[in-house]
Ligand binder design. Structure first.
Ligand code: HEM
Length: 399
């Protein structure tokens, strides 16, 4: 138990769940970073870390900053959650370690090699449809269309009813925020969506050769129960659709805004992979999540009591001038090593290699055919408790 107050904690009236913040979080990030290494958020009675150094430190210490009480604002151990906790995202070792080992193998780069040719074929087909098609809504017609096809096929969920995947992601990620209008709206059709997702994760409804079916091999090996396997498959569907959709949308936005960076990609398609890392840093699709202190803890001299919720702004860490040179400049030529857009530590995104594969093949296909991505009208910013992207993004792809 830490009894000495080492540093007086900074306190802030900033509301990271307000529309103003969602529309343009960057000035607020700067204020939070400048306020101190850890800041008390008055409105919600939680702590926040927004500097790179402290974000990394918290993510690296799962013993002190756990995920088992949920990674949203609510302490699910005390208050309960709206769904059965994720067997990955919302567990701690040793349970997490065992589950993670199963999923890591299924999503390893070697295992994913088999998917590349199909992803490439689908990317070419999608790009052929959109090039020269005039004005398009870049979120629904492009950014969402791709993962909804290739990722859902790869997992092996039924084609019928796939439209439920988007509302499910919406429930998962808006459900990490406080009980605001976004939370309530996301949960509006919860029973129907949850019923479809639960059914889609069952062995009999998965294709026999997909990533989902591979989880069930561990049931056959006597390692886990059927119910547990379904929960692991659910984690693919929870974390794998919206995140990638929004990353692709953010990529379109960045390249529409910075035509010279798109020209660089086109001149050297080998840069696509790296360009995606810069998109992840510059416009992080996954902005924030929480940890909970398992004991009285200290962050840079500030004492945080046990059972406190801490908001971790990975998006802010990714633009911290203490870490990055010209953090607010989108530059695909810079080093992005160490960005925390996929998190870090034991919960660092287990699906990052499949996300990278999807975006890489899609942007590569686009770069071959599209000389300019033009934004048509003002994009409509998505207001979202956790993720950052667009509700609508009207674009034209010029051949
Ligand atoms: C660009 C797209 C993606 C982004 C930005 C993203 C971001 C993240 C982040 C930040 C975390 C860490 C959360 C935490 O520490 O509490 C995470 C974890 C996770 N992600 Fe992703 N993700 C993406 C794509 C995917 C995909 C395609 C899958 C598909 C399987 C996936 C599955 C997961 C899972 C299961 C976890 C939990 C891992 C664990 O707790 O051990 N993600 N992701």
């Amino acid at each position: 138990m830490i009894t000495d107050i080492l540093e007086k904690p900074a306190s802030s009236a900033i509301d990271p769940f307000s529309a103003e913040y969602f529309r343009d979080p960057y000035p607020f990030h700067a204020q939070l970073r400048d306020a101190g290494p850890v800041v008390w958020l008055e409105k919600w009675g939680v702590w926040a870390v927004a500097r790179f150094e402290q974000v990394q430190a918290v993510l690296g210490d799962w013993r002190t900053f756990c995920s088992g009480a949920g990674v949203g604002i609510v302490n699910e151990k005390k208050m309960g959650g709206w769904r059965k906790p994720s067997a990955l995202l919302e567990t701690d070792p040793p349970e997490h370690t065992a589950n993670r080992a199963i999923v890591s193998r299924i999503l390893s780069p070697v295992a994913l090699r088999a998917l590349r040719a199909t992803f490439e074929k689908e990317a070419e087909a999608l790009v052929s449809r959109v090039v020269g098609a005039g004005d398009l809504e870049g979120m629904a017609d492009f950014s969402e269309a791709f993962p909804m096809k290739v990722f859902a096929d790869a997992v092996g969920v039924p084609v019928e009813g796939r439209h439920h995947l988007v509302p499910w992601g919406n429930m998962v990620f808006n459900g990490m925020g406080p009980r605001n209008a976004l939370f309530d709206r996301a949960m509006a059709n919860a029973d129907e969506v949850t019923a479809w997702i639960s059914a889609a994760c069952r062995r009999e409804n998965l294709t026999p050769d997909g990533l989902g079916a591979q989880v069930y091999k561990h049931v056959d090996a006597g390692e886990i129960s059927e119910e547990h396997a379904a929960l692991l498959v659910r984690s693919f569907l929870s974390a794998g659709v919206d995140t990638t959709t929004f990353a692709i949308g953010n990529a379109l936005f960045c390249f529409a805004q910075h035509a010279e960076q798109w020209d660089m990609v086109r001149a050297n398609p080998g840069k696509v992979k790296h360009a995606f890392e810069e998109i992840m840093r510059f416009e992080s699709p996954f902005q924030t999540f929480f940890r909970t202190t398992t004991r009285d803890a200290e962050i840079s001299g500030v004492v945080i009591p046990q059972d406190s919720k801490i908001l971790i702004s990975v998006a802010s860490a990714n633009r911290d001038p203490r870490k990055w040179d010209r953090p607010d400049t989108f530059d695909i030529g810079r080093s992005t090593a160490g960005h925390v857009g996929f998190g870090a530590g034991i919960h660092g995104c287990v699906g990052q290699m499949i996300a990278r594969l999807e975006v890489e093949v899609l942007l590569t296909a686009l770069a071959k055919r599209v000389s300019r991505i033009e934004m048509r009208g003002e994009p409509e910013r998505l207001l979202h408790n956790t993720l950052r992207s667009f509700a609508t993004l009207h674009v034209r792809f010029h051949a």
